[in-house]
Design a protein around this ligand. Structure first.
Ligand code: IFM
Length: 477
């Protein structure tokens, strides 16, 4: 376990957990909620492991009081959750659903009463299915519908909610679009419209109240190039990620170090810079502008997209190790070399455990995008948790994972980064999208049959860490 005694966090640091509405709420068709794209996906496709659905999920819609009470027991000072657009506006346009709006009123009031700062995400993948039937994110009008929804939410809840995020992980929203677009122009449109919706959402919320803090949440990965295969593979070290120790003339297989560096550069653009450059610099990376399929950019779009956010929400889970591949036309492409292939430690999601990458990612955003305030909006680990006969879940690996990542955040703060909070993914074991119920990420164990909640050892450990930091003046542990 990381020695946490040397770590230091600001006294007002937000200590939270994060969830997403589809993954926890259930009540998919109750109290006037409209169907969402995820309701459609789970009921009409075979993508989901074991045919699982979020129809009931972990029943947070009915058990929210118990869940807020658990947050209090953990001593959380923040809670990041999402609004299900189809619950508050069943068709995504027009009439609002009073019962849905009141559900979030009650939840927010309970959080505020408990001294827990709410952080709201407007779209964590799910949108009203009625809008998908009009093209969804392929349709440019979606950006206006989203801005109207963002404005209405800020009007309704902005008196109690200061922290807002427009979208969660636009890269995943685009990838998960169902049915997958046949026409690559549609994919380019989805990607552009998501960013435009973000920019219009920021402007709409700011117009309601400029004091509200609005950001985008994306998953970021440091990318490290890899050359060679098996035992002879070399991964360029963090901080030297555009260089290999060997001479530029070294080769491994058919590729040169320059090829590996090019592969990593491409992966970095596709996963990180495709989002960071537009929102902070107001322009797409040149590779995207030069791509054979153009994004449908109209005059004025980039200024809207580049409306500077108040903070950056970073979801950090792992790094990408990218190896070069040869494209049919002979040019270099890239492939993700997973940790199992490299014999590196990884979680049940198949993601490498690589805490140092969080420091690298934070510092990259800090240095290259004008030092924005940062919230770590997700970070966590899925493992095979077991409920022991004595009723405990002994998940020391989860505490170790979180401790190692907190150490990297503290290091980044010491290096000047403006990190304002940490939301562990996730509060409760929940519905992990296409992987159904197979992954347990929670600080709280959920019995899939009874939906009973049991705080894992890591949950109590997190409570103790939060308490220690908050007790000590200046935030040192
Ligand atoms: O469960 C997801 C979450 O919805 C978005 N970020 C990654 C998590 C783990 O896969």
């Amino acid at each position: 376990m990381e020695n946490l005694h040397d770590l230091s966090f600001p006294a007002d640091f937000l200590w939270g957990t994060a969830t997403a509405p589809y993954q926890i709420e259930g009540a998919w068709n109750e109290d006037g909620k409209g169907p969402s794209n995820w309701d459609w996906r789970v009921h009409n496709t075979t993508y989901i492991k074991d045919g699982a659905t979020g129809d009931v999920a972990v029943d947070h819609y009915h058990r929210w009081r118990e869940d807020v009470s658990l947050m209090q027991q953990l001593g959380l000072t923040a809670y990041r959750f999402g609004i299900a657009w189809a619950r508050v506006q069943p068709d995504g346009r027009g009439a609002w659903n009073a019962k849905g709006l009141e559900f979030y009123d009650r939840l927010i009031d309970a959080l505020v009463d408990a001294g827990i700062t709410p952080l709201v995400t407007l779209c964590h993948y799910d949108v009203p299915q009625a809008l998908v039937e009009q093209g969804g994110w392929i349709n440019r009008d979606m950006t206006g519908w989203f801005a109207d929804y963002a404005e209405a939410m800020a009007r309704r809840y902005g008196d109690r909610v200061r922290w807002w995020a427009t979208l969660n992980e636009p890269i995943c929203i685009a990838d998960g679009f169902v049915p997958a677009p046949d026409d690559p122009h549609d994919l380019a449109a989805i990607q552009h419209h998501l960013l435009l919706a973000h920019g219009r959402g920021v402007q709409a919320i700011r117009a309601v109240n400029p004091a509200l803090q609005v950001g985008l949440v994306t998953c970021l990965w440091p990318v490290h190039p890899m050359l060679g295969e098996g035992n002879t593979a070399t991964i360029a070290k963090p901080g030297e990620r555009l260089q290999f120790a060997g001479s530029a003339g070294d080769t491994a297989g058919a590729f040169t170090p320059a090829d590996a560096i090019e592969a990593a550069r491409q992966a970095d653009i596709a996963t990180n810079r495709a989002f960071l450059d537009p929102i902070f610099l107001g322009r797409y990376p040149q590779d995207i502008l030069d791509a054979p399929i153009p994004r449908p950019i109209r005059d004025g779009d980039m200024a809207i997209i580049g409306t500077r956010p108040d903070y950056m929400g970073i979801n950090y889970y792992s790094r990408i190790v990218a190896a070069p591949t040869r494209q049919p036309d002979g040019s270099i492409g890239w492939r993700w070399v997973g940790p199992a292939e490299r014999g590196a430690p990884h979680t049940t999601m198949g993601w490498e455990i690589y805490p140092e990458g969080l420091h690298e990612t934070i510092m990259m955003v800090h240095r290259e995008y004008g030092a924005p305030p940062i919230i770590i909006t997700e970070n966590g680990i899925a493992e095979d948790d077991h409920l022991d006969p004595d009723g405990r879940i002994r998940d020391a690996y989860r505490s170790e994972f979180i401790a190692a990542h907190l150490a990297q955040i503290s290091r980044a703060i010491a290096d000047g980064a403006r990190v304002r909070g940490y939301c562990c993914w996730t509060l409760l074991d929940n519905f992990e999208w296409d992987m159904g119920w197979s992954q347990r990420f929670g600080l709280i164990y959920v019995d899939h049959q009874t939906l009973a909640r049991i705080v894992k050892d890591s949950g109590w450990w997190y409570r103790d860490i939060i308490a220690q930091v908050r007790r000590s003046s200046g935030g040192s542990i």
